[in-house]
Design a protein around this ligand. Structure first.
Ligand code: GRF
Length: 219
């Protein structure tokens, strides 16, 4: 048997394996940034295929921006109150995102409705702490508890012009315990939300995402 069989190309033939370029994303945050942190941690592995080019916040001083800064990622702030109209803010946010030329934008707890300038230029993925279409809006965990739901969870979806109405990509379910508070339930939702967001953003970055006729698919 040839001692070299199966161990790579014959000597003398140059072999070069080039890793594909990671997909650049911009992440938008409004709060504690634990979902962002999960993306930062995942991106440390080149095989994940994602590079976080910048993190944008709707206000300064939030933990999410500190997490980004600690990881050496460029941050920017774009506050609604600094613009006369929502349309001007939308255009300004689009310009700040465009500075980094991302292929994809991820809303990871960004608590502002995005406008047509941003949504017209990028596919935006969002993570929401309920099983959409149940409990859309800013108080999804509180609303699920108030409704007496026995199960809730989280949804990763493509953002459209509505409030948490865009096509769903993936969901994970969490049981509601009888003694749950909004805080304890949200904590358990986040435990399944982080890996789900990491998985879907990674797949969208590596494989691409198609949005058509109100449906979103990752091949
Ligand atoms: C997440 O549960 C997200 O679904 C919701 O707000 C929370 C943000 O948490 N929109 P964090 O800032 O990622 O810790």
């Amino acid at each position: 048997m040839d001692a070299g069989a199966g161990r790579g190309p014959p000597l003398g033939i140059l072999s070069r394996v080039t890793a594909p370029e990671p997909t650049g994303i911009v992440v938008l945050v409004s709060g504690s940034g634990t979902n962002l942190q999960a993306l930062i941690d995942a991106s440390a592995d080149p095989a994940y295929g994602v590079r976080i080019l910048a993190v944008g916040g709707d206000r300064a001083g939030i933990a999410g921006l500190h997490r980004a800064g600690a990881a050496g990622i460029t941050v920017f702030v774009c506050r609604v109150e600094d613009y006369d109209t929502r349309a001007e803010w939308d255009a300004a946010l689009a310009a700040r995102i465009a500075d980094h030329q991302p292929a994809l934008v991820v809303s990871a707890g960004f608590m502002k409705l995005l406008g047509p300038e941003v949504l017209g230029r990028w596919t935006v993925l969002n993570t929401h702490p309920a099983l959409l279409p149940a409990f859309p809006g800013a108080h999804a965990v509180r609303d699920a508890l108030a409704a007496g739901a026995t199960q809730t969870g989280c949804t990763v979806h493509v953002v459209d012009a509505g409030v948490d109405t865009g096509p769903v990509l993936a969901q994970a379910t969490v049981d509601v315990e009888p003694d749950d508070t909004e805080a304890t339930l949200h904590e358990r939702i986040k435990a399944v939300e982080h890996p789900l967001l990491v998985e879907i953003v990674g797949r969208a970055a590596r494989e691409g995402i198609t949005v058509s006729d109100g449906k979103a698919t990752i091949p």
